[in-house]
Design a binder for this molecule. Structure first.
Ligand SMILES: [Ca+2]
Length: 313
């Protein structure tokens, strides 16, 4: 099989960095057409900069990076510096990027790419709030049928929420955007907290990364050490969940994940449960399935893949 053409949409974020590095380390599986930054974990000026920092860390300075939307569609931006640190990539000391930010707006890049590439060949990989993707679909409804698939990190069912008791961060930040995406009719695969909370960076897994002895693996281990301080206290678990690289790992090794094709709808009104992914896991409604909602993962298989691939960079 030829490598899969993708656009990564991202708000780095240490776990976004892991997802991007895994993609850039896997050219036989994944062809990154471009990376669009969105406001999320930190504001847009930092997410676009962090995206370029990560590309340079990988030695892939030719990947075009675009700035997209700087605020959710209908709400004020909520950020997560309490998790990711002031820069969004706290942990390692990495140089400011010198590779350019593209002039084109990220949303225009998404639309243009979908219109010019053969229909049904481009996969969208959102790792942050869905603002850029939904804005593209709203501005250019014709592109929806040209998308091969959306593989996204977001939402939760059994794990419920991480930014509020009911909602996962990416969906909570821009629920209107998520609502547009989940109603788009595009094939969707979801990596919710139910999966990512099983992908825990235990001390042995961080050690395996350090043993690669490369600058990329060291930087990744430093990033993990930073955000783990927060998550191990929060969840009382053996290590922090590594959310976003589940998306790019799925493109390489879909067999690591299992889930159900179900109906997923987004709560956009309730003050108490805003941004909840109402996932019909048990099939108790007659609402039509619209997403492959993952529920389980081979976590060690995931970390073996991540470590082996990052060691290449
Ligand atoms: Ca993210």
């Amino acid at each position: 099989m030829p490598p899969r053409d993708i656009i990564i949409d991202t708000d780095p974020g240490q776990d976004d960095a892991a997802a991007i590095l895994l993609a850039l380390a896997s050219p036989e599986d994944i062809n990154v057409l471009g990376i669009t930054a969105v406001a999320g974990n930190v504001p847009l000026p930092l997410t676009q900069k962090n995206t370029r920092i990560v590309c340079e860390l990988a030695g892939k300075v030719d990947v075009p990076v675009f700035a997209g939307c700087d605020a959710p569609m209908a709400r004020a931006l909520v950020t997560a510096e309490h998790v990711h640190g002031k820069t969004g990539l706290d942990g390692p000391t990495l140089p400011d990027p010198v590779m350019p930010l593209q002039d084109q707006h990220g949303v225009d890049f998404i639309i243009e790419t979908l219109r010019t590439r053969p229909s049904g060949t481009v996969t969208l990989c959102p790792l942050g709030p869905l603002t850029n993707i939904a804005t593209a679909l709203q501005r250019a409804p014709d592109v929806a049928e040209r998308v091969k698939e959306i593989v996204l990190m977001g939402g939760a069912y059994f794990e419920v929420g991480n930014i509020t008791p009911a909602a996962e961060f990416n969906i909570y930040v821009d629920p209107e955007a998520a609502d547009i995406v989940f109603k788009s009719g595009i094939k969707i695969t979801v990596m919710p907290l139910d999966v990512t909370h099983k992908v825990l960076v235990t001390p042995a897994r961080v050690q395996a990364l350090r043993e690669c002895g490369t600058p990329v693996c060291d930087a990744m281990a430093d990033m993990i050490d930073f955000f783990e301080r927060f998550d191990t206290d929060k969840y009382g678990s053996a290590g922090a969940p590594l959310h976003d690289p589940c998306v790019t790992a799925y493109l390489i090794r879909p067999d690591l994940f299992t889930g159900r094709q179900i109906n997923v709808e987004i709560e956009v009104q309730s003050h108490l449960t805003l941004g909840m992914t109402v996932a019909d896991w048990w099939g108790v409604t007659d609402r039509a399935p619209n997403a492959m909602f993952m529920g389980d993962v081979d976590a060690q298989g995931f970390f073996d893949l991540l470590t082996e691939r990052l060691a290449r960079l």
